[in-house]
Design a protein around this ligand. Structure first.
Ligand code: ZN
Ligand code: ZN
Length: 295
């Protein structure tokens, strides 16, 4: 993780130098994208720390939703970066400016990409070896940076050989559009999370299949509700059992069912069930988030 931060700082300096010596808005957009990526990585690290904190007094459900803050802030920053690129590219579309020292600029930019490429490959390799998705994702992050830079480098090289100056702001705007897409994805992810979105359909089907199989044991269910909170899943349902069962018997069964569902997933899962007598019509009046009034 720290390796990727050092790599990011070095590449940002190199890319900004490329922008300073050439005046190319394409290099500027590339440098800005790297800053966004760096901030994203740092925010991600901080929020991961917060979200891994165990539940405490005042936050009994844990802190797993903290990561949605980081993706919301990241998304907003990214959109801001994209906006400032487009803002500075538009005047260049109307009045293209000749670039200076293109060779030196390309040299710095290629250097920056080589740093990213090397560190990215090392991280992906280490991540796979240590089975750390986070390290691997970090490496892949750097690799997307390499691809953007490669596009920018090819574009600026084209400016050099063709002399078509307008290519420079066009490249910058393409980079900005790419950044907007990333920002949009991050923001929609965090709003979804803050709205307590359900777990995925395939995951729900897996749970349903198991709950359906309990019919053999005289147990049915209703009011299955799920929500994804960062890495953690929350699943709740009502178990309808014969009213003559003892509390002991009901609880033993519920415990087994809850544990079985928790074991179905690799990520942390909190399962809560509510036991009710199948014969009592009142059992059917509490499906969903609101209890239906007796009328
Ligand atoms: Zn219990
Ligand atoms: Zn019920």
């Amino acid at each position: 993780m720290y390796m990727s931060i050092v790599a990011a700082v070095v590449t940002i300096l190199l890319k900004f130098t490329a922008y300073r010596v050439t005046g190319s808005i394409g290099f500027f957009s590339d440098a800005l994208e790297s800053i966004v990526n760096l901030l994203a990585a740092v925010f991600g690290l901080v929020m991961l720390h917060v979200s891994e904190k165990p539940a405490d007094e005042g936050h009994e459900f844990g802190h797993s939703k903290a990561e949605y803050f980081s993706s919301a802030i990241e998304g907003a920053l990214i959109l801001l970066a994209a906006f400032s690129i487009i803002w500075s590219a538009i005047p260049r579309l109307i009045h293209p400016i000749a670039l200076e020292n293109i060779n030196i600029g390309l040299l710095f930019s290629v250097g920056a990409s080589l740093v990213n490429l090397a560190v990215g490959q090392v991280l992906i390799h280490n991540g796979k070896k240590s089975k750390s998705l986070l390290v691997e994702a970090d490496g892949k992050h750097l690799m997307t940076d390499v691809w953007t830079s490669a596009g920018v480098i090819v574009g600026i090289f084209m400016v050099k050989i063709t002399g078509i100056l307008i290519l420079d702001p066009i490249i910058a705007i393409l980079v900005a559009i790419n950044i907007v897409y990333t920002g949009y994805r991050l923001i929609s992810r965090s709003t979804n999370g803050l709205m307590d979105a359900s777990i995925s359909e395939t995951e729900i089907d897996k749970v349903k299949k198991y709950l359906d199989s309990l019919k053999e044991k005289n147990i049915t269910y209703h009011s299955l509700m799920t929500r994804q909170a960062g890495q953690r899943k929350f699943i709740s349902f009502h178990l309808l059992v014969p009213g003559a069962w003892t509390v002991q018997q009901g609880h033993e069964n519920a415990d087994i069912i809850e544990e079985t569902i928790e074991d179905m997933f690799d990520e942390p899962v909190t399962v809560t069930s509510h036991i009710e007598p199948v014969e009592d019509p009142a059992s059917l009046k509490d499906i969903g988030i609101d209890r239906k009034k007796n009328s």
